[in-house]
Design a protein around this ligand. Structure first.
Ligand SMILES: [Zn+2]
Length: 142
């Protein structure tokens, strides 16, 4: 059996902090985040594609642009979350401590299933790079 995979990369700038981190990751700071969406299909469509790259751009990449780009991600259980939101409405409260790993998991298991409705294709893996050198991956496993 074979499987085809395409990968779409998208880069945005986002702030965060890791609540409870013993070092400088507990500070409010930001990254140029690099997202890689890996999408698979067992067969190609009639154009010879897993899925048109523009479909990924219009769904997952557009979601990132609307929801996370140039925003500050703060865990909703972070004790300063409500204070930050009161100061600046661009703060985004997220249901996870915003590590790259948790971000990848959320995109793979919550966001992608809502946006990718084509039953022929599957988002198999999400990689989140905090810059080009520090990369976390969350992947579906059988
Ligand atoms: Zn960071």
């Amino acid at each position: 059996m074979k499987i085809y995979t395409v990968c779409k990369k998208h880069i945005i700038s986002t702030g965060h902090r890791i609540y409870g981190h013993p070092g400088k990751c507990a500070n409010l700071h930001g990254h140029s985040y690099e997202f890689h969406f890996y999408i698979t299909a067992p067969v190609l469509d009639n154009l010879g594609m897993v899925v048109d790259f523009s479909y990924i751009k219009q769904t997952l990449c557009a979601w990132l642009d609307s929801n996370y780009d140039h925003r500050m991600l703060i865990w909703e259980q972070d004790p300063i979350a409500q204070e930050l939101l009161a100061i600046d409405k661009s703060v985004v409260l997220v249901p996870y401590n915003p590590s790259a790993e948790n971000m990848a998991n959320y995109l793979l298991t919550v966001v992608a299933p809502q946006l990718i409705t084509n039953p022929q294709v599957k988002v198999e893996k999400v990689m989140v790079g905090e810059g080009p050198t520090s990369i976390a991956t969350c992947q579906m496993k059988e």
